[in-house]
Design a protein. Sequence first.
Length: 85
Amino acid sequence: MNKERLLIKKEEYTYPAIFEYDDDGINVYFPDLEGCFTCADTVEEARIYAEDVMGLHLYYEEREGNLIPNPTPVDHIHLNRRKSS
């Protein structure tokens, strides 16, 4: 187990979010939080939905006693265009 990737529960978390703009809207995902993503029609909706989905994701992980990763520094994130299903 990599102890550098673990955090104690915190009052506030900050993670980088990736906004991908497509013809049919905006997809948002968090590279550090597997399965944490959302989509929206506008930038404002995307920001609000991203904040909500991240909060719910982290709440669930804490409640289940799962380990929460430290956020990756922004300059260490390598973007790979995700393919739509």
